[in-house]
Design a protein around this ligand. Sequence first.
Ligand SMILES: *Cc1c(COP(=O)(O)O)cnc(C)c1O
Length: 417
Amino acid sequence: MNDSYEFSIEYAKKMDSDDPLSSFREQFFIPNGSTYLNGNSLGLLSKDAASSLLRVLDEWKQLGVQGWTNEENPWFFQAEKLGEKIAPLVGAKPEEVVATGTTTVNLHSLVSTFYQPNEERTKILADELNFPTDIYALQSQVKLKNLDPAKYLKLIKSDDGKTLDEAKIKRSITKDIALVILPSVLFRSGQLLDIEGITKNAHSKGVLIGWDCSHSVGVVPHKFDKWDVDFAFWCSYKYLNAGPGASAFIYVNEKHFDKEAALTGWFGYVKEKQFEMNLQFEQAKSAGGWQISSPSILGSAALEGSLDLILRAGIENIRDKSLKLTSYLLYLVDNLIAEEPYSFIIGTPRMPNQRGGHIALHHEDAKSIHEELLEYNIIHDFRPPNVLRFTPVALHTTFEEIWTLVNVLKEIIDKRD
Ligand SMILES: *Cc1c(COP(=O)(O)O)cnc(C)c1O
């Protein structure tokens, strides 16, 4: 990776012309000619996603109930087919992944299955920097076992308020821990944890571990099988560009297919026999066994096209370009707006292998800078009290946009003097 760049827009444009993924930009609908750096919050609609969504609408229009069984594209198998499609992005076998439910609900379903406190191991280990919904859900999971979250949900503390120390995570996996739940990428700082190393450490102590990969699937390659992760879950409206509230995913390692799902429903039934309507539940021996309800066919229709686009680009190429964009951004920040009077502080780890897809900048005036950036039509987000998050999206963000962003940040401060 480059560690020096020239400071000019021509140089940024040259990087764009050398970019093997540059042609993907025209596949996206970019709102209002904006500089859209918010793909970690809501990914944009692509032509592929729009067309798979419209096709499913048309199936509903033309086929009615027969859409469930239509020959070409039976809705009955859509959740499993999407699991099969995404499997290479996460390094899983097709039957280990299924599109179902939503992130927090999937967390509930998986944790209620895998959190089984016993005499010796009673606690869930999580961290204080995780996305709050995960913590709320874990608190209620502990309560469902008639235990007190203040005692039985152990949260790893951050030393700097931004990142987690991996050695400390490992040290926190003690003999009273029954289950570990961690995010692959921290939503504020963008720190990417060593999923493989931490999973190995948990297993060496006989502890199960599940990962929330909402902030990494679609931008970072995963190898769940190789890393021997027990289970994982993630949303598909961020880096997977499948639309607001789109169906989420679960991964269950095949070694756990015999475990009884704690929250059952008819879509978790052995597929071939689901319509026999027996009252005795027989769980599918696949991740599909953790489905509960009818899949949201419309809620996952855009996923098909959006996944096709990502597969066409290749997840390794996406990761490569994402890191180039974030490295370039870090370099410009360091050299143009780190010193006084600009005083932007980088809140994301600098090592590429410790970064997800976004960059966090800290500034004491973040809130007003955020508002001014919106006037420049630069879409990003603000996380109180002082964090601005920017997500260059490999499939549509240009190096020129990164150049513009940093120059606008500089101008916003210059104008004040
Ligand atoms: C985005 C995100 C969620 C979202 O949860 P929903 O149930 O989809 O609203 C959960 N966890 C993490 C870590 C996230 O980044």
